[in-house]
Design a protein around this ligand. Structure first.
Ligand code: CU
Length: 210
């Protein structure tokens, strides 16, 4: 547990250092003209919104009940997508808890949305493992697994990075992108979905796409 935690901290620290380095380079290029920099940043966000096809796409996986799950099941529903794994010590359970709060806050409207938890650890996360794990969270959450190739394909579509990291004693953990994606009812990417706000505020954003 302590090794995992320090491993997690290390990954976070490396990420932050990288981010700071990137911002430093951007600041150097932009020089004192920070107004121009904010315009560049804003421009990139709006161009991302204009090219929604770049994130998301078709998939064919299996859910926690062993049923085939495809992108077609989601037609007509806005949905959230999160990639993770059931052995995750921290980020995944926290995120799934927060998503559960949002779904609960949606009340009856939760039936008109969907929330996917796609594993990046198919070796351990079969349908039964997902079912057991998800029993702790909102029942609207659908856990998806599949073979390594199918999962690599969907992760690539969503631009999700993941990597197996060996731990002492032969165990392993997974590094992975921890973004919750908000997709509209046509399966197009809308924006990263923030959980750093009250569940009813987050639910109100999701409701806008019903
Ligand atoms: Cu995780």
């Amino acid at each position: 547990m302590t090794a995992r935690r320090s491993r997690l901290l290390l990954v976070c620290a490396a990420f932050c250092a990288g981010l700071v380095a990137c911002l430093g380079v951007i600041a150097l290029i932009a020089g004192p003209n920070l107004g121009a920099l904010s315009r560049i940043v804003r421009f990139n966000f709006s161009s991302a919104a204009l090219a929604p096809a770049q994130i998301g796409g078709p998939f064919r996986l299996v859910d926690q009940d062993g049923r085939v799950a495809t992108d077609q099941d989601l037609k007509g529903k806005p949905f959230l997508v999160f990639f993770g794994f059931t052995h995750c010590p921290d980020v995944c359970p926290t995120t799934l808890f927060d998503v559960s709060e949002v779904l609960r806050s949606l009340g009856a409207d939760a039936d008109r949305t969907a929330a996917l938890f796609i594993t990046v650890d198919p070796e351990r996360d079969n349908a039964a493992a997902l079912k057991d794990y998800l029993s702790s969270f909102d029942p609207h959450l659908r856990g998806l697994t599949g073979d390594a190739e199918a999962l690599a394909t969907v992760a690539k579509e969503y631009r999700v990075y993941y990597k197996k990291v060996p731990l002492d004693g032969g165990d392993y953990t997974m590094d992975h992108t921890a973004i919750v994606y908000l997709m509209d009812k046509d399966g197009r990417f809308v924006a990263p979905f923030s959980l750093k706000r009250k569940p009813d505020v987050a639910a109100a954003e999701l409701r806008k796409y019903l």
